[in-house]
Design a protein around this ligand. Structure first.
Ligand code: CTP
Length: 305
């Protein structure tokens, strides 16, 4: 069995996953590190957030974990019904703990029905093979790779591949994620993945998701170091839905890129540039349909004056 050298993770992350592994051993339940941190470790990139899958009760597991963490978390948010716990550590790092689950979609675009499952089920419900590699945290096989869908090879070969070809119809926000990964990592689409992505755009896939869900994922593009190539790509496939990305907008983006803005001020400036290209009435309607907090809405509108 192939093993990932988890010791290569930054010290703070390693300490936490070691603690997770020890608790898993004590409770005798299989526990795994999954998603972005595994992918980024294989790519040799740094990532902060830790995603844990437990073949058992994640809420109970997380409450036991919190008791034994030396540094108490800043925030803990548990959803008993979904079997998920989001923990925010003091240094801002996120630690997500979820019960392994199987998902099915009753209708395109709606949130999935969920039942508990095994790690293989949990990997299968994910967006792309690059995010569907797990590393065991239980002591006898600490770091052992669970790679049912050949994600490891896809990461090494820099390939974006969906787990199954209904993926973008089930969850169209994955179109935005795909473009974000393509440009962030300089990955290439597997031929059929790109074909089904384009097909789902032709079928107007975004129709089935609310503006709030669209914006939740779109915002993550604006939070990237350099969103320009992502927006260009989306624009070329008619995926901007509410916005335009033309020469004028690009000039606005260039200014923000060359500014010293950081954090919220930075992505909000990108967002203001997009909003400013719309007429005032559509802009205000859009801000309402995105359900933006009043304070953010006010900040954006102020920038437009
Ligand atoms: N995921 C998914 N479909 C979505 C959103 C998320 O399958 N629409 C899965 C992916 O497997 C992803 C995991 O949930 O790895 C966690 O999501 P997120 O935090 O958005 O991804 P990360 O990989 O942690 O973050 P990033 O990709 O930005 O580094």
């Amino acid at each position: 069995m192939q093993t990932l050298n988890l010791k290569k993770l930054p010290d703070e992350s390693f300490k936490i996953i070691r603690e997770v592994g020890k608790l898993a051993d004590e409770k005798k339940i299989p526990v795994f590190l999954v998603g972005g941190m595994v992918r980024d470790l294989i790519l040799g990139r740094k990532s902060l957030d830790i995603d844990i899958v437990v073949e058992g009760d994640a809420v109970l597991f997380a409450s036991n974990l919190v008791k034994r963490l030396k540094e108490k978390p800043h925030k803990v948010l548990a959803h008993k019904k979904f079997g998920t716990v989001a923990i925010e550590l003091l240094n801002g790092v996120g630690l997500d703990i979820v019960t392994a689950r199987r998902e099915s979609y009753a209708r395109p675009g709606v949130l999935p029905d969920v039942v508990p499952g095994l790690i293989a089920d949990d990997l299968f419900r994910r967006d792309f093979t690059m995010n569907a590699v797990a590393a065991s945290l239980n002591t006898p096989e600490f770091g052992a790779i669970y790679d049912n869908f050949d994600g490891y090879a896809d990461i090494q070969n820099k390939i974006i591949r969906v787990m199954h070809y209904r993926s973008f119809i089930d969850d169209p926000t994955r179109i935005l994620r795909a473009v974000r990964y393509e440009k962030r990592f300089d990955f290439k689409f597997e031929t059929k993945t790109l074909a089904v992505l384009k097909e789902s755009m032709e079928e107007n896939a975004f129709r089935s998701i609310t503006p709030v869900r669209y914006f939740g994922e779109f915002k993550r593009i604006l939070q990237e170091e350099d969103p320009r190539s992502m927006l260009k790509r989306l624009s070329s496939m008619d995926g901007l839905r509410f916005f335009v990305y033309d020469k004028g907008v690009e000039a606005g983006f260039n200014e923000v890129i060359h500014s010293s803005l950081k954090g919220d001020a930075r992505w909000m400036s990108f967002f203001s540039v997009l909003i400013a290209a719309l007429d005032r009435e559509s802009a205000e309607e859009l801000l309402v349909s995105f359900n933006m907090p009043r304070i953010d809405k006010a900040r954006i509108l102020k920038r437009l004056l």
